[in-house]
Design a protein around this ligand. Sequence first.
Ligand SMILES: NC(=O)c1ccc[n+]([C@@H]2O[C@H](COP(=O)([O-])OP(=O)(O)OC[C@H]3O[C@@H](n4cnc5c(N)ncnc54)[C@H](O)[C@@H]3O)[C@@H](O)[C@H]2O)c1
Length: 341
Amino acid sequence: MEAYKPEILFLKQEDVIKAGLLDMKQILEITEKTFKMIGEGKVLNPTKVFMGMPDNENWQSYCMSMPAYIGGEFDVAGFKWAAESMFNATQEGMPYGVDVVILTNPKTVYPKAILDGTITTAMRTSAAAGVMAKYNARKNSKVAALIGAGVIGRTMIMSMMEAVPSLEEIRIVDLDLSKAEGLAKEFEGKFNVVPMNDTKAAVTGADLVVTETTSRKDFVKKEWLVKNATVIQMEAHSFEPDVLLTADKVFLDNWAQMSHLDNITVAQLYKAGKLNKEDIVEMPDMVCGKAPSRESDDEFVFCGTAGVGAVDITIANQMYENAKKMGIGQKLMLWDNPLWV
Ligand SMILES: NC(=O)c1ccc[n+]([C@@H]2O[C@H](COP(=O)([O-])OP(=O)(O)OC[C@H]3O[C@@H](n4cnc5c(N)ncnc54)[C@H](O)[C@@H]3O)[C@@H](O)[C@H]2O)c1
């Protein structure tokens, strides 16, 4: 019994960062490996459950439960409680997204770690886009336009710098120019990041366009985009539906999830009978080679993600392993002696 202590390692945000979470190269590798394992059938990733508050349609905040089990070399179960708040977005110093991850030993079902998942979300979200871009950006892509200079905008710059080495310029756009300028300054000396507040101007001539805004409406028009661009949508609404519907190839991280989440473009097109599973390729199939990614420089490629919990769990598990080796974190016990057994 002593071997099965219900000991939990608690890692606050600063601990997870010390454990290596900001290393985008490592996060891209884990993300790609996780999608490959999903494609190989080694992962259980039930559709996440979304709870908008005060109601799903007009949510002001939401919580979402995201369980996953990853077999193979990981052999870990876990759960991310992901949340976003419109209130936070109006406050100085409060993140819009706030997440917690619990890792569980699949044999004993004892929780083994509780971690801040907020930065994990930001890293893995942009890493998923990075993997999409690695497989689908046109060869020799030089210019990327990233729309939205918030938390995900920052990690998106990190991800695109790493995933698309041919890039020479990243345009970062926000309605609030000072946010774009702030990010451009952060990357000064590391990459050529150009701040802008005009989406049309930014996407004009861009080889790669990624949107990570909090917009509730579509605002990127098809005619603004380069004919053989790669575009990646990370949020509910950004590109007009025509951008997806007329693409030569469409890649989504998870069809079951994206076709059923309320209020997102993919689900709306599915419900309207305009988009079906046969029209798209799931990202895990692309990463593990069951379906081709971009096949020619002439194609227009659309990619979309809503986030896959399995990636949060593999990244959190790696941070947990790193933290144990480094002796970081606070140990908690679920009980001293279980009362009713
Ligand atoms: N796909 C995924 O896995 C995943 C995961 C996490 C977050 N997200 C989504 O990413 C988006 C960004 O999240 P965040 O945490 O970075 O939010 P944030 O509030 O930190 O940043 C969002 C930024 O978008 C800007 N913006 C809003 N509308 C815009 C427009 N029309 N044009 C240009 N800029 C605009 C805002 O000014 C803000 O700076 C959210 O919609 C969130 O739901 C997706």
